[in-house]
Design a protein around this ligand. Sequence first.
Ligand code: SAM
Length: 209
Amino acid sequence: MSVIFLKRFLQRPFQVASIVPSSKTLIRKVASQMDLSGPRVVAEFGPGEGCHTREILSRMHPESRLLLFELDPELSEHLATQFRDDARVAVLNTDACELPAELAARGIPHCDYVVSGIPFSILDPDKKRQLLRHTFDSLAPHPRSAFIIYQVTNELVNHCRHFPRVESQYCLQNLPPMFVTKFYRMANGHTNGHAHPAVAHAVNGNGRH
Ligand SMILES: C[S@@+](CC[C@H](N)C(=O)[O-])C[C@H]1O[C@@H](n2cnc3c(N)ncnc32)[C@H](O)[C@@H]1O
């Protein structure tokens, strides 16, 4: 049990939106959606106490960059301390909506992957729309580029029509079980062969589970 995570949940339940961090199985499923064999730029939205971050870093090429967007100041501080010796990491105590500005500030044209653990289902519709648009615009126009989310419901599929391709799988070994969904930036995106019937179901408009 992560004490800092539980503490921040008790202080900001609607922002943190979970009592326990992701399970190891979910973490591995999410990380395996990315080809991290070469130098990549990855943005992580809502890293919390850093459980996905540690896995991503363990797989990441030494010349990669990882931008962490964490709204909670205490969790951000915890992340900054935890990853202070890793030059690939930038901890940003700011809203994920700032992704385009933060990329521009670093002279980075695009990112290869955006991984998100933020609770999209409780964001207001305008905020959700803006964040999804910024995410799409920040991804490199490359067949590999993708936005990867883990969520209790697959309702985001209905808001991501501008992403031309989607793959989804269900991870039962997490509390609560979650969908891991990958939205490709391009129609001919590289598949990892995990297409799941849930996608057809969700894309057909009944994405709520
Ligand atoms: C459900 S927790 C996920 C934590 C962690 N990734 C995990 O899997 O255990 C959601 C996290 O997103 C952060 N968050 C919520 N809205 C955000 C936003 N708009 N920008 C950046 N971080 C946000 C919260 O502070 C919280 O740490």
